[in-house]
Design a protein around this ligand. Structure first.
Ligand code: SIN
Ligand code: NI
Length: 273
């Protein structure tokens, strides 16, 4: 069976119209049992290999910054050094769900990252939006965040502020030396909106819009909290010319769509017959 059809069938099983409406209204949604047991075991093995391998074309961020390392042990573009990670980075099922949630005509890959919170003395990932960090003009980019361990408030589960994606793009917030994002929305009802905590079973995931306010608790346990995230963009999303470690050196032209071998089209709405 064609890969995209496979993706469509399994997306039918995992999400309903309610998920789509919830995502568009609130800027995030939980999807349970994204991975079956075999897939979860495989992704854990690949991630362990990837995190313990030397950097080639993938990049460990913040390794020389002790304050950053206390928030995240992160590797960007694991797929470039590990063929197994590439099968998950470009997985048609995940991209098909992103297509349906966003309502885009096509979904392109931007980058992936392993996001680990190391045991013991870690800090929370502070409240932020992702979009201000990315070099795109349009809204609509989003992330899948897959838990590889059961997560709750003790080891780094995520929280989201419902409907916060409607506020638009604010500012790039440092993850190790943050300003308070709620200062930017003081006096609006968003400042008082209750965040939603999302504990997950390993193999389940959330999707969140690049504009949604989100946060992750510190890891107070004695084991790493392992998560894997993929960033997607609607096909046609244009480059804004700003520096970014993933697009730097890739001959991207300002105001032109991001495309090409680094940013493949992973899912699209079937052409009408
Ligand atoms: C985290 O995994 O701690 C944060 C993820 C995110 O900011 O998207
Ligand atoms: Ni984020």
């Amino acid at each position: 069976m064609h890969e995209q059809l496979l993706g469509q069938h399994s997306a039918d099983r995992l999400i309903s119209q309610e998920h789509i409406e919830f995502y568009r209204e609130n800027g995030f949604v939980q999807v349970n049992d994204l991975l079956d047991e075999d897939e979860l075991a495989t992704l854990r093995e690949y991630m362990e290999e990837s995190m313990s391998a030397k950097e080639g074309l993938s990049v460990k961020t913040g390794k020389d910054n002790a304050a950053y390392a206390r928030v995240l042990n992160q590797k960007v573009n694991t797929w470039r050094d590990h063929g197994g990670m590439a099968t998950f980075a470009f997985h048609p099922r995940f991209a098909e769900i992103a297509l349906r949630l966003t309502g885009a005509k096509g979904i392109r890959f931007f980058h992936d990252h392993a996001l680990w919170k190391m045991p013991g003395d870690t800090n929370a990932t502070p409240w932020h939006q992702d979009s201000p960090k990315w070099p795109m003009n349009e809204d609509g980019c989003m992330s899948i965040w897959i838990a590889l361990d059961d997560v709750d408030e003790n080891n780094g589960c995520m929280m989201f502020v419902p409907k916060s994606h409607k506020v638009g793009k604010l500012t790039n917030i440092s993850l190790h030396d943050p300003v308070n994002i709620f200062d930017f929305v003081q006096g609006t009802e968003l400042a008082d909106r209750k965040p939603v905590r999302v504990p997950l079973k390993a193999g389940s995931c959330t999707f969140h819009d690049g504009l949604t306010f989100h946060y992750a608790h510190a890891n107070k346990t004695d084991k790493p909290r392992r998560a894997y995230a993929i960033i997607y963009m609607p096909d046609g999303t244009t480059f804004n010319g700003k520096p970014h470690m993933v697009s730097d050196g890739q001959s991207c032209t300002p105001e032109e769509p991001l495309r090409g071998p680094m940013f493949p089209l992973l899912a699209k709405v079937p052409a009408q017959r």
